[in-house]
Write a protein that binds this ligand. Structure first.
Ligand code: LLP
Length: 376
């Protein structure tokens, strides 16, 4: 039996989104799109993405295991992450993944040690911190030199030379990721220009990376999801097509998470009580920040609709969860059709970083995830 709160993923929208990406990159030679699996690991969602032929971006051993179980090929796995544990590195090497995105010299040395002890050579990209800002929430900016991610640009040449000296390391390319929920195409242009500068430097030294991985970060329209169910992939990929100067034979990799699954998922929750308190009206629902933490953690706003009453008898509510913390609020002053106990509300654009970030605080049950194929 399906009980609230639960996630539901629109498989048709997911397929259409994947097709739209494939169309947008069809004219771009040697271009590979990896799905950043951290956004959502729902097995049915993974299956559809695998069938569409996408690679994977992982940031943990657990994610590598999840995608292997879902049938993704190891040769399509890019493995990033600032703190890879030894067992995770071993797993990556044993599985024969495409590449490690290495974020520091100590990490490079450990990968070398583990690879040589196994008589293997690990393919690595160096994750360079390009010191390019992104116009997004401070918690999800990653490409500034003050952030913990990547290798400082000024150290790039030295680290590449180190790669050449380490017997268990094969330098494969450069990796970047400047942040998430980015809607300003200029931010991606700035990244491209920075990569061009770095490549000019490498040309002078006769170094030719085989891979340029530009990460992910393309945002979605949380405010008007119905108008923009599929992100503007043409504009996004055009930025790279027009601004990034790739060298002959170089492969371009993307790692998109939110833009692929964000609009495909919604969280369905039941109204437990409608409580009036002074001038306020609260819709107290059975989902809490344990089910969708983005509003509490980032102040993120997700559109909320009453799917039991779609009339135009609008009233204003604060939509709040049952968890014993004041931050357990999905949104304030939401205009909803008149809402009563038992109504179902849909919290939209929750396909990315929703179900996967759920917790069991307050000993709550984890929300279940279904697809539209299962719940007709
Ligand atoms: N590649 C790397 C190395 C990443 O760290 C990430 C996301 C991505 C790709 C995919 O980024 P996307 O295309 O989804 O923006 N929990 C936050 C988002 C955290 C993103 C972390 N890294 C949220 O709910 O907004």
């Amino acid at each position: 039996m399906v009980t609230t709160p639960y996630y539901i993923y629109d498989t048709q929208l997911l397929r259409d989104t994947l097709e739209s990406i494939k169309r947008a990159v069809a004219e771009m030679p040697d271009t590979y799109v990896h799905y950043a699996v951290k956004a959502c690991t729902n097995p049915k969602v993974l299956q559809i993405i695998r069938e569409a032929g996408f690679g994977i971006d992982c940031v943990s051993g657990g994610e590598i295991m999840a995608v292997r179980q879902a049938g993704f090929e190891p040769k399509g796995i890019m493995f990033a992450g600032v703190g890879k544990a030894d067992w995770e590195i071993e797993l990556g090497i044993d599985e024969g993944i495409l590449c490690f995105a290495v974020e520091s010299i100590p990490e490079l040395e450990v990968i070398n040690e583990i690879a040589t002890s196994k008589g293997k050579i690990a393919d690595v990209c160096l994750r360079i911190n390009p010191n390019v800002g992104a116009h997004t929430h401070a918690n999800i900016v990653t490409g500034l030199s003050e952030n913990k991610f990547g290798i400082n640009m000024d150290d790039m040449m030295n680290v590449i030379s180190l790669c050449e000296q380490l017997p268990g390391i094969n330098f494969h390319g450069l990796h970047f990721h400047i942040g998430s929920q980015i809607l300003e195409m200029d931010d991606f242009k700035a990244l491209c220009r920075r990569i061009n500068e770095l490549q000019d430097k490498l040309d002078c030294a006769g170094i030719h990376p085989e891979i340029i991985d530009v990460g992910g970060g393309l945002g979605i329209d949380y405010e008007h999801p119905e108008q923009h169910p599929i992100p503007d992939f043409d504009s996004y990929f055009n930025v790279f097509k027009q601004t990034l100067k790739l060298r002959k034979g170089q492969k371009l990799h993307f790692e998109l998470g939110r833009a692929i699954v964000g609009q495909c998922g919604r969280l369905i929750t039941k109204v437990l009580y409608v409580k009036k308190s002074g001038a306020k009206q609260f819709a107290i629902v059975d989902a809490g920040f344990t089910d969708l933490i983005r509003p509490a953690l980032y102040g993120a706003r997700h559109k909320i609709v009453n799917i039991s009453n779609t009339g135009d008898d609008l009233e204003t509510y604060d939509v709040v969860g049952p968890i014993c913390e004041s931050s357990d609020v999905f949104d304030k002053d939401v205009r909803l059709s008149r809402t009563k106990r038992g109504d179902l509300l849909a919290i939209l654009s929750a396909g990315a970083y929703g179900e996967i970030m759920a917790s069991q605080y307050n000993c709550r049950r984890l929300p279940q995830g279904y697809t539209t194929d299962e719940l007709k």
